[in-house]
Structures are given as C-alpha cells and as structure tokens.
Design a protein around this ligand. Structure first.
Ligand code: NAP
Length: 303
C-alpha cells in the first residue's frame, strides 16, 4: 500500500511527486503520456528562472527531479479503473493500492466535429500545431482557434511554412499579447477572422478547408494541413468513477487545498477547477505542491 498514487506525468503530477517525496511519503506516479501537454510547448517563456526553455526539456527536468528521490516510483501505463480505498487497476491488469490519490490527468484536445476532421486525422489534420508544424516546410496550413495554443502554433508554423492562415471565430484573440505580437510580426500569416471552419476537404490527404464566410471571394482555403487548436476538455473519466464532483465548466471541483469532493482524493493541474482555470506551468506546479501538502496532512490524520 503506497501513501499516494499520483496519476499524470505532466507538470502538476511531477511537482506533486517532488513534494510528496520530501514529505517522506511512499509515492507512485503513473501515466501513459510522458510529459503531458507541456511536451507541445515549443518555447516556454514564463517558467520562473528560465528566460526561455523548450517544453520537452522542461518536462525532462521535472521527471529527473521527481525520480531523484528513492521513495518515488514511476509506473508507465494507463490506469483503467479507480475504486475507493484506493485501488487502481492498470490496463495490463496490474493493481496498485494507495491511501490517497492525486488526479493530475490534464486535458484532451477538443475536436470540432466537422465533416472530414476524423477522416483526415493524421493525414493533414492535427491537434498540436507546435508538434507537427515542422512537417509542413514550404507548405500552406490553417491554424484554427484564438487562444494561446492557436496563436503560438501559428507563430511557430510560420517559421517553416510558406503561408499560415489563422482562422478564428471572432475578431479578437484571447491569447497572451506576447504571442499576438509574434503573429503580427510575420508577413506570411494571414488572419481569417469572424470565420468558422465547416469542412476539411481532401482525397488521400488534406487539400483544403471550407469556411462559412468567404475569404478573398472564396469559401475554401487551399491548404496542406489543418491544425485544430480550439481548446481542451478536462480528463475527468477516472475521478468520475469515484464520484468526484465537477464544476460547471467540467473541471474537477476542488477546494483551496486541492481536495476533491471524495475523501482522500485530490486534484492538480488542468483537470482541476483551481487557479481560476488558468492553465499554465506555474499554476499546475502550484496546485501540485498544494495537493501534496494536503495529502501529507490527510495521512497524518488531519483533513
Ligand atoms: P483556450 O484558451 O480555451 O482557447 C480556445 C480557442 O478556441 C478560443 O479562441 C475559442 O474561441 C476557440 N474555440 C473554442 N471552441 C471553438 C469552436 N467550437 N469553434 C471555433 N473556435 C472555438 O485554449 P488553448 O489555446 O488551448 O489554451 C488552453 C490553456 O493553455 C490556456 O489557459 C492557455 O493560457 C494555456 N496555454 C498557454 C500557453 C502559453 O504559452 N502560455 C500556450 C498554450 C496554452 P473564443 O475565443 O471565441 O472563445
């Protein structure tokens, strides 16, 4: 029986593991997606202490730090089932038991649900502009969305692609001004605003994107790739098996100690309702540390 099972190999999970280790808790950290969403950050410029670092390099540092403690065990694989007690059943049938659980399960990219999207997934449609942009050297791509992921993605794609259409349903971006400046500086990015994508076109691969508002007189953008960056959905399947409550935005409801509505179950990072829903490395780390602190109190007999 472990003291704490942390599910998720992102910033929140690794930070919870580092703190748990220093509280001398017998800790297991489990996951099947190494590094989580942090892996898709091409350049991180807001992690204190690093003026600029690549997401995968930062994730590797978190992992090395967490695994530098003898009382942290990493289990690679997918947790299929969580039962009170807590009993975690892995996809391969292994069972892990722990006194407490921290859900640091992050989120999954939102799909648009338009015709052609699933059909061309992996054949020109992708959900990580910064990861896949480099396959589109000298090509034309459309990036959909108006948040940090889309605007950063467009800026990164424009470094290699011949042309980038940034397609957004409103005429204002919600991304950080830092990234908005970056896209404004690029002369190969064209804004397609107040516009929704309605269909991905193609044969073997993507050839175009149909839009609901004509752009330069056409309802089709001729593109080789469509990068869908329209936000993400919290990964709450496992905590819902325990009956953990959600908030009205579908995140795991937590109190200021990152406690969920189920005794002994905690949450941290993008999956949680904490930090005003501000999904950042810094907030995920903060929540991971608070969750570990609450686990420590819980195990000592507090709450
Ligand atoms: P987000 O902030 O939720 O933005 C999603 C974007 O997609 C919004 O512009 C939204 O439009 C649009 N959208 C949503 N549903 C749509 C639909 N059905 N059709 C068309 N457009 C749709 O998501 P995100 O950009 O992935 O960012 C998620 C979190 O990660 C944020 O907290 C962000 O700050 C963080 N992040 C940070 C960085 C960084 O460098 N600091 C980088 C990446 C992500 P509206 O604007 O009209 O709602």
């Amino acid at each position: 029986m472990k003291d704490v099972a942390i599910i998720g190999l992102g910033c929140a999970g690794y930070t919870a593991a580092i703190y748990s280790a220093r509280y001398k808790l017998d800790t297991v950290i489990i996951g099947d997606v190494e590094g989580g969403m942090g892996m898709s950050a091409a350049e991180v410029g807001n992690w204190p202490g690093e003026i600029e670092i690549k997401g995968p390099d930062l994730m590797q540092k978190y992992k090395d730090h967490a695994l530098s403690f003898d009382n942290v065990e990493l289990v690679s694989g997918r947790v299929e089932k969580v039962e009170e007690g807590f009993k975690l059943t892995m996809q391969n049938g292994d069972v892990i038991e722990a006194k407490t659980v921290v859900f640091a399960t992050g989120s999954n990219k939102r799909h648009l649900g338009i015709p052609g999207e699933e059909e061309f997934s992996g054949k020109g449609v992708t959900y990580c502009a910064t990861c896949d942009a480099f396959f589109y050297r000298d090509k034309t791509v459309a990036v959909l969305g108006g948040g940090d992921s889309a605007v950063e993605g467009a800026a990164i794609a424009a470094q290699v692609a011949k042309k980038v259409y940034l397609v957004h349903r409103r005429d204002e971006f919600r991304a950080e001004p830092f990234w908005i400046d970056k896209v404004n500086e690029k002369d190969n990015i064209e804004f397609v605003l107040n516009t929704n994508a309605v269909e991905v076109l193609g044969e073997q691969k993507v050839t175009g994107l149909k839009i609901d508002t004509p752009h330069n007189g056409s309802d089709t953008l001729e593109v080789d790739g469509v990068f869908i960056e329209v936000g993400s959905i919290p990964a709450v399947d496992l905590p819902q098996q325990l009956g953990c409550e959600l908030d009205d935005r579908g995140h795991l409801r937590v109190d200021e100690g990152m406690r969920t509505s189920v005794n002994g179950a905690f949450a941290a990072g993008d999956v949680s309702s904490g930090s005003n829903h501000f999904a950042q490395f810094a907030t995920a780390a903060g929540e991971g540390s608070i969750a570990a602190n609450s686990v420590f109190s819980y195990i000592q007999g507090g709450n």
